[in-house]
Write a protein that binds this ligand. Sequence first.
Ligand SMILES: [Zn+2]
Length: 117
Amino acid sequence: MMTDKLPKGTFKPLAKIVGPVTLWMSGGWLLYPVLVEDIYVAIGETVDVEEVRLFSYIMVAVCIGVGLLLMAYGFTGQKINEAEFAIINPAFKCPYCSTELAHDAATCLKCNKRIPR
Ligand SMILES: [Zn+2]
């Protein structure tokens, strides 16, 4: 059974992963001008290093900003928990025998039928 509204904190576990990864990516952007320079030197082309640097520093700033925001969201505030989820998705009845069941029940306690989700 799907709830109409996603429970608060649904994206917190995702933010906990994406946040640090985004921060880590800022390190990659910091190295980007060096890599670009090396590549252009290797293929014998010229490149506007200043422009590449400016672009990469903007990306570093964006990654740090977004990473910190995601981590602040992911690691602070209210976490999703059973009790909260139960309020949003309260007990429902078995579609076969109408026995009231817990929100996370996989099978009916009375008729033993699988509860469709
Ligand atoms: Zn039942």
